[in-house]
Design a protein around this ligand. Structure first.
Ligand code: BEZ
Ligand code: FE
Length: 318
């Protein structure tokens, strides 16, 4: 809190003309101890500076600050392994999309680039069932548009197919819910892992996705309401695509024998026809990830199809 010229903590009174103590922020930054790592020193020093500047610029009052603290506490209290409200708050503020962009740009400077990334979101589950190529991930859903998705996973530099690439895929049901949000869906519904063969090709049945609202019954929803914003995400399918190096044991050594292994990309594809395509509540859409589903003929299992190739960067790339 600002003092009226009286010295606190043994510090001199602030010079006239400054509304708030001009030495305060630096004192907080300088309290960082010698054992803090350089990265912590840099990141937290900068965070303190920005947060203090923001509070001063906006003349944040104690009541307003406490409302923010309550929001963060409520987000923590309602988070568990099925719900990540802290991440949702960051998503509404565009922070996950921003750090995704920063991470992608740091990793790929070249003109020719691997497939663009997009945020993970809070609904990924590890250990989705491994499924055979050509299988479906759709179980017990009658009211969706079935689609075949297919394509090839290649090395973005050489264009060669990536053998052993794993596509980990997940999306919502037409009711807008991921299976862990919906007691009426079977465990791991609309999720699967598919491994490519020597030609790098993949195909599986899924649904043409639908737009859905992010959960808005908690602090993230309250924030959206305060900002006069809608909670909808454009129809999308999530992926993590990557591959481990092929290793073998040679005596006591582990030796890489063929493919170098490819860095996993976290991404999403977005349906161009969706009405929220230019207005994603969490700001994750990138032009390269917008796709066109087209009608599929002569396949009783799917009315739509989507061709999409994934380009990966090898661990051997700089
Ligand atoms: C999702 O696409 O699963 C998602 C992303 C951000 C917030 C909520 C959901
Ligand atoms: Fe999603």
């Amino acid at each position: 809190m600002a003092t009226n010229g009286a010295s606190v903590n043994g510090n001199a009174a602030k010079p006239s003309g400054k509304k708030f103590d001009p030495t305060f922020t630096q004192r907080v930054i300088d309290a960082t101890g010698p054992k803090a790592t350089p990265r912590i020193r840099q990141v937290m020093g900068s965070a303190i500076q920005h947060i203090h500047d923001w509070a001063r610029e906006n003349e944040i009052t104690v009541d307003e600050w406490m409302a923010g603290v309550d929001m963060i506490n409520k987000a923590g209290q309602m988070s568990d392994e099925k719900r990540n409200e802290g991440q949702l708050l960051c998503d509404v503020l565009g922070l996950e999309s921003l750090v995704d962009e920063i991470t992608y740009k740091l990793a790929t400077d070249a003109k020719d680039q691997p497939t663009a990334t997009a945020i993970l979101g809070p609904f990924y589950r590890h250990d989705a069932p491994k499924r055979a190529m050509g299988d479906t991930i759709v179980f017990g859903i009658e009211n969706g548009d079935d689609a075949l998705m297919f394509g090839q996973v290649t090395d973005f530099k050489t264009g060669k197919p990536v053998e052993g690439a794993v596509l980990d895929v997940w999306h919502t049901a037409p009711n807008g819910l991921y299976e862990q949000q919906d007691p009426d869906q079977p465990d791991f519904n609309l999720r699967g892992r598919f491994t490519t063969g020597p030609d790098g090709k993949y195909n599986f049945y899924c649904l043409r996705p639908t737009s859905y609202p992010i959960p808005y019954d908690g602090p993230a929803g309250k924030l959206l309401q305060l900002l006069d914003r809608h909670p909808f995400r454009p129809a999308h399918i999530h992926f993590i695509v990557g591959s481990s190096p092929f290793l073998c044991f040679c005596g006591t050594d582990i030796v890489k024998v063929s493919a170098p292994g490819y860095k996993p990309i976290v991404t999403q594809i977005f349906d161009r026809r969706d009405k929220y395509i230019t207005n994603d509540s969490v700001f994750a859409v990138k032009d390269d990830l917008v796709v066109d589903f087209v009608p599929r003929k002569g396949d009783p299992k799917a009315q739509f199809e989507l061709a999409y190739d994934f380009k990966l960067a090898s661990y051997d790339d700089a």
